[in-house]
Design a protein around this ligand. Structure first.
Ligand code: NDP
Ligand code: 8X3
Length: 256
């Protein structure tokens, strides 16, 4: 198992859900964290809860859709933070569950700009340093939605299918280097995800998890931790995980 003590791990979408759970798991083993999100106050709360200091965490308010801001963030990292060992491309969201022909253009753009372009920007600016240092691991958070399309999922599923293709392409392009690429693709995880999908309609969001024991953000962080700590010659390409109560994107066992 690879030690993560003092390794530098950049986590996007660290203000909530899976990203925040990753921060905890990696902080617990002595990694140094670059925590990225738009809601800076949430990052501060997380850093306080995890008892992180300016030596162990660097908090960045960043919208991953803003390519210039991503470039500036990465190129202006101080020497003690610039040698990123692991990039966790986790920031992402779904918006709406509308039929494609009734879809909302702003929702589409937000999903495409965040889930695809944001992930690409971080990758494009971080990976060259990894190639130069001959060390690194990119862990993308995909989804079962990238493997199976479900009614109303159209554009969100398209963005996660793109993440799957981008992870595969990056692995191919990095062949010949020691850099690893992993896609972790969960099914139903209870986080702020459904509240965001339904634009703050909490009742609708709660229904998604009614009568089901969903995965938790900690379950996903555990899996990511496993992938990150394999021996250096082992690349976990893809992990698909679901709750026991789920068999596919649409087949869920609800005990109502
Ligand atoms: P949450 O809504 O709890 O967390 C999403 C995170 O992404 C937040 O920290 C949010 O931070 C950040 N984020 C969103 N947009 C941006 C942006 N433009 N710039 C920077 N950060 C952004 O959801 P999850 O933890 O569930 O989602 C994490 C990832 O997991 C996503 O990629 C999602 O698609 C994927 N996923 C989730 C599943 C689920 O069922 N929950 C299942 C499969 C995959 P802030 O708003 O502060 O910017
Ligand atoms: C999140 C899981 O099934 O809601 O990516 O698309 S699902």
């Amino acid at each position: 198992m690879v030690s993560l003590q003092n390794k530098i791990i950049l986590i996007t979408g660290a203000s909530s859900g899976i990203g925040a759970a990753c921060a905890k798991v990696f902080a617990d083993v002595g990694a140094r964290l670059i925590l990225v999100a738009r809601r800076y106050e949430k990052l501060e709360q997380l850093a306080t809860t995890l008892q992180l200091t300016s030596q162990t965490a660097y908090l960045v308010q960043l919208d991953v859709r803003d390519r210039i801001a991503v470039e500036s963030t990465i190129s202006n990292l101080s020497p003690e933070w610039s040698n990123i060992d692991i990039l966790i491309n986790n920031a992402g969201l779904s918006r709406g569950l509308d039929k494609l022909h009734e879809g909302n253009f702003l929702d589409w753009e937000e999903m495409i700009d965040t889930n695809i372009k944001g992930l690409l920007y971080l990758t494009r600016y971080v990976v060259p340093g990894m190639v130069e240092r001959k060390n690194g691991h990119i862990i993308n958070i995909g989804s079962i939605a990238g493997h199976q399309t479900y009614p109303g999922g159209n554009v969100y599923c398209g963005t996660k299918a793109a993440v799957k293709a981008i992870s595969e392409g990056l692995k191919q392009d990095l062949l010949g280097t020691p850099i690893r690429v992993t896609s972790v693709d969960p099914g139903m995880v209870e986080t702020e995800f459904s509240q965001v999908r339904f634009h703050g309609d909490n009742q609708r969001a709660e229904k998604v998890y009614q009568g089901v024991t969903p995965l938790t953000a900690d379950d996903i962080a555990d899996t990511i931790f496993f992938c990150a700590t394999r021996p250096a010659h082992v690349n976990i390409n893809e992990v698909i995980l679901m709750p026991v109560d789920q068999a596919s994107a649409t087949l869920v066992n609800r005990k109502l």
